[in-house]
Design a protein around this ligand. Structure first.
Ligand SMILES: [Mg+2]
Length: 372
């Protein structure tokens, strides 16, 4: 008997491609338990858009757009408007493979990035659900559980200790401290956090709040106090890469770029100029495909990545947790915003004690479904 040359093709991949039947936008505003404050402004609510993609095979995929006005000026309204214009160009078309879909969306909707990401997420989710692939496997497999840090936002100084106490009660083991308004006040902020959580690893994020002189002053004072954050995120304005490079040379801990990175071109620029040692990868800036590409590029160039989020619900942060799972290890995982929301109309794995995303029960796609 002759050897069998061809194995039977997997029927999931040989049947006709499903078509995109409808795409619906669901605007959703969720109040925060407390305002989330950074150096440049505050969020009182998460102003989201959930995207629902229905395919001709009956599968439904979900995505989330989380615009962040203080971060890059994108809003729920601008995202909604851009998506309403784009959707008729996709309905009735075949569901292409994820990377082709992502490239097409980048061509059709160059901005705003968060709206494009929400749609990309929903289309990818519908593809993964069609072919029964958990998203983490598409990103390279990896660990089933990933653990987030948690942010101490710029609450008044007298509220810091109680905030840190609450975070510790949740079992969180890494902190992120928002700074960037005033060096002396920020040093006090860091001191209070350390007092309440001695020995706990932490990093600092100025969200572009400092001048070069202020950032140098903070670094010098931290050195003197023998305070050692894990790294220092976005000390200067996004385009001041020369200043960031100078800080990288004098700072005893790494400098991370967040606001400076909002496209693959920005990533190339950072790798060429080497003005930071860590990149904060966020789906709402880069999208799914380019976030994954950024991590691969940075890894080859010896630059680390952390995985962060805007003010997002568990649909988007679980999507980012799949990315973290598939591309482990990362410099940090900062996917804590679910803890700040007053409610989440979502079905699917909750975030566990200690800030752990447990992806083990997710059999296909992102694994989170809105109930709206
Ligand atoms: Mg940041």
């Amino acid at each position: 008997m002759g050897a069998m040359i061809y194995s039977t093709p997997d029927s999931r991949f040989t049947s006709q491609l499903p078509k995109i039947e409808t795409i619906r936008i669901h605007p959703l505003t969720i109040a925060l338990k407390n305002p989330f404050i950074i150096s440049k402004g505050a969020h009182a609510s998460a102003d989201l858009l959930y995207l629902e993609v229905r395919l001709s095979n009956g599968v439904i995929g979900w995505g989330e757009a989380a615009p962040s006005p203080p971060f890059n000026g994108e809003t729920q309204a601008s995202g909604h408007k851009a998506l309403r214009r784009l959707i008729p160009r996709l309905v009735g078309k075949s569901l292409e493979s994820p990377s082709l879909l992502s490239e097409k969306l980048k061509r059709l909707l160059p901005g705003p990035a968060s709206a494009r990401t929400g749609l990309e997420m929903a289309l990818w989710d519908s593809w993964m659900r069609t072919y029964k692939i958990p998203l983490r496997e598409f990103f390279g497999g990896g660990r089933l559980r990933v653990r987030t840090d948690m942010t101490v936002s710029m609450v008044p100084l007298e509220k810091i200790e109680e905030t840190v106490e609450w975070i510790l009660s949740l079992g969180i083991r890494t902190l992120k401290v928002k700074i960037g308004r005033n060096v002396e006040e920020d040093l006090e902020r860091i001191r209070l956090v350390q007092k309440k959580a001695p020995g706990l690893p932490y990093y600092i994020d100025a969200n572009e709040g400092y001048s070069l002189a202020e950032a140098k002053k903070l670094i010098a004072k931290l050195k003197k106090l023998k305070a050692r954050p894990l790294f220092f995120e976005q000390p200067l304005s996004r385009s001041n890469w020369k200043g960031m490079k100078e800080l990288s040379r004098i700072c005893p801990f790494p400098i991370a770029a967040d606001e400076s990175i909002s496209s693959l071109e920005d990533v190339w620029h950072l790798l060429e100029k080497k003005y930071a040692q860590i990149v904060n990868v966020k789906l709402m800036k880069l999208g799914l495909l380019d976030s994954w590409r950024t991590i691969q590029l940075c890894r080859r160039a010896g630059v680390s990545c952390m995985i962060g989020a805007m003010v997002e619900s568990r649909l988007a942060t679980t999507c980012a947790a799949h990315l973290a799972s598939g591309t482990w290890p990362t410099a940090a995982i900062d996917l804590d915003t679910s803890f700040f929301l007053s409610r989440e109309p979502l079905q699917g794995p909750e975030i566990q004690k200690g800030g752990t995303f447990d992806l083990s029960s997710i059999q296909s796609g992102i694994g989170i479904t809105p109930v709206i």
